[in-house]
Design a protein around this ligand. Structure first.
Ligand code: CUA
Length: 192
């Protein structure tokens, strides 16, 4: 009798016990949700911290010349089906390949470049084009040229003894002077 009349009965059974068990279950669920959210923050934070800035694409620098987007036959300017131009380049000590690229005037131009050795810079004065070429990563810059003309393209990251001589050219030509090309042909002015 004395136990049943206790002032603080243990809620071992009855509706009170059901309520306590339900509360405990929900507490566990809430703790699990909070733990999941914290885990997601930590994982995405570490993932972002380990990615290159602006999440540029990566490329295998060891097979750059052998296969993939930056094989020699794919370097230079290509006209996409939508009429825009894509220019692919490799920067290496101490030149850009191709050394001279030509693009049509008044056309959206997308430069895609990477480096075969060390960090180089890619700059077109008086345009928005200014990026680094980092081995292992693809840099992509979009621009367009309103006037025909010749642009000097200096390397602006110190890359070794020949850095000061590392220049290339962009030749912006009238649309009717830009050669028609097949889908596998690439245009450059490197030999002109
Ligand atoms: Cu390449 Cu400086």
């Amino acid at each position: 009798m004395s136990t049943t009349l206790s002032s603080s009965p243990s809620p071992a059974s009855g509706p009170e016990a059901v309520a306590v068990a339900a509360e405990r279950r929900w507490a566990v669920v809430v703790v699990l949700i909070i733990a999941l959210l914290i885990a997601m923050m930590v994982i995405t934070g570490l993932h972002w911290a380990s990615m290159p800035p602006s999440r540029v694409e990566t490329v295998d620098v060891k097979s750059l010349h052998l296969r993939g987007e930056f094989v020699e036959s794919n370097l230079g300017t290509t006209i996409e089906p939508d009429g825009s131009a894509t220019v692919r380049l490799i920067a290496q000590q101490y030149d850009f390949v191709p050394h001279c690229v030509s693009v049509p005037v008044g056309t959206p131009v997308k430069f895609r470049l990477t480096s075969a050795d060390v960090v180089h810079g890619f700059l077109l004065p008086n345009t928005n084009v200014n990026t680094m070429a980092v081995p292992g990563f693809v840099a992509e810059v979009r621009t367009s040229f309103a006037q025909p003309g010749e642009y000097e393209m200096p390397c602006h990251e110190f890359c070794g003894l020949g850095h000061h001589a590392m220049w290339a050219h962009v030749s912006v030509v009238p649309k009717d002077r830009f050669p028609a090309q097949g889908p596998l042909e690439r245009t450059s002015c490197a030999t002109e």
